[in-house]
Design a binder for this molecule. Sequence first.
Ligand SMILES: Cc1cc2nc3c(=O)[nH]c(=O)nc-3n(C[C@H](O)[C@H](O)[C@H](O)COP(=O)(O)OP(=O)(O)OC[C@H]3O[C@@H](n4cnc5c(N)ncnc54)[C@H](O)[C@@H]3O)c2cc1C
Length: 511
Amino acid sequence: MNIGSKLVKSVVIVGGGTSGWMTAAALSHHFKTQFPQHTPKITVVESSQLGTIGVGEATIPTLRRFYKKLGFSDIEVIKATNATCKLGIEFKDWQGDGNSFVHPFGLFGQGTKEVPFHHYWLKAQKKHPSDLSDYSLGVNLAQQNKFFFPAETPTSQLDVFDWALHFDAVLFANLMRDYSVKQGVEIVDNFIEQAQINKGTGDIDSITFQDGRNITADLFIDCSGFKALLIEGALKTGYDDWSHWLLCDRAIAVQSRSTQAPIACTIAQAQKAGWQWQIPLQYRMGNGYVYSSKYSSDEDAKASLLSNIDGELLHEPRSFSFTPGRRKKAWNKNCIAVGLASGFLEPLESTSIALVETAIDKILLTFNKSLPEYNVQDVERFNEVNAQEYERVRDFIILHYKINQRTDSPMWQYYRDMDIPKTLQDKMHKFKQDGTIVRYPWEIFGSDSWLAIFNGFNFMPDRYDQRADKMDADYLTEHLEKMRTMVQSQVDKSPSHHEFLTLHCQYKSNF
Ligand SMILES: Cc1cc2nc3c(=O)[nH]c(=O)nc-3n(C[C@H](O)[C@H](O)[C@H](O)COP(=O)(O)OP(=O)(O)OC[C@H]3O[C@@H](n4cnc5c(N)ncnc54)[C@H](O)[C@@H]3O)c2cc1C
């Protein structure tokens, strides 16, 4: 063991929601392979009295990489979780004029080595205007509700799109649970009353249950959801509150019976005091209204949600309240917070489970040595990267609100007028100036995601990269035409999403 390092022989994961079981699955897999001689024991503590949050059904493509590392195929996960395929998000009415646009998990057009595609497209706009989305296979598949597995070795950038899942979060947690149990993870179903802190080190020594029993561990992972039992309840770590930038602090959610075959994208429809989601699973629709309590009462939000749902409701609507932000330190003493315990921004862009994955990745990276141990530098590095990941996602979400064009409530005006983080300010400024999309370390969303949002809101650069002028205008027009045709012919020959699910995923349609 290295001097100053702490050896981990036992890990207790507090919480058996999506984040707890994903962490257990990934850690048990990693520990067995990395430390066959010194595999730390993992125990998950959950409370059947409490249950889990029960929302969180839209994901981004990183989820697929997560379960593939554990050996699951896409088809296996789709079948096990009643999932549908997600090509992106359709943003409806964020400009206030009834229009919509799609943020795809894919690229726009084919640029050159030196100059990204959107500069060529901008150059051509004056003489031959076209929609940027005409050059995105992902957008066109989503708009026409078609789906196929993307080529593993695309022949050009035009073929590149990615996809994610809309899944039943409870079924996904069960899948991770079954996997973890097979890897030797133990389960304790009990209600945690409190944690005992070591007076000398400040570490958590043990947690005590309602029935008086207790459990000790070298490392605790707090996946207890908004309760943040250990990281906040026991260790008083502190929270960065971002509610002055992200006003939505409430949600109301309800599932309804599907009234049509599932579409291949999430819908995010702007409303007076927030936005409404529709997440299509194979046989039901997840619906929710995320809103600001400053600009809507709970009753109005409920009425607004219910007036916008087609199918029969499957249960009573459920309410949630949260404070957008992140824990000041995700790793404090011998406790790492993962999932809602470490922070939550809001559901727009479906980033919460993705942040669970990045947290897990960082834990695995920490335990990538010859022994399962960590030191102060590991903890500092973890917190530094975690903070940046949260801040990048925060900026991306704020962008949607900052450049909205709605005029139907003071909330949207507040957003347009508000000061934004410097990192986002710089990014917007640079794009406006000359179309450059600035990239910071630890961004989850790529340049084309930022482009999709800028373009979707008509936030356009004042000029394009002058190197695009090296391309002859007629040659460019001809090429753009070719690209549009290639995208459309690919879409024309693709099966519908509904056919894809029926063929590969045991989906039986009633429609
Ligand atoms: C309105 C809303 C919509 C969302 N939509 C999305 C989305 O579309 N996409 C996305 O990626 N994310 C979304 N999220 C976030 C997503 O739901 C969570 O990231 C995900 O479910 C992980 O939650 P969790 O496991 O951290 O917490 P939870 O599911 O709350 O699990 C907490 C666990 O801790 C246990 N526990 C708590 N207290 C105790 C105790 N005293 N004793 C014993 N056990 C205890 C509970 O029993 C439970 O097992 C959304 C969140 C909200 C609020």
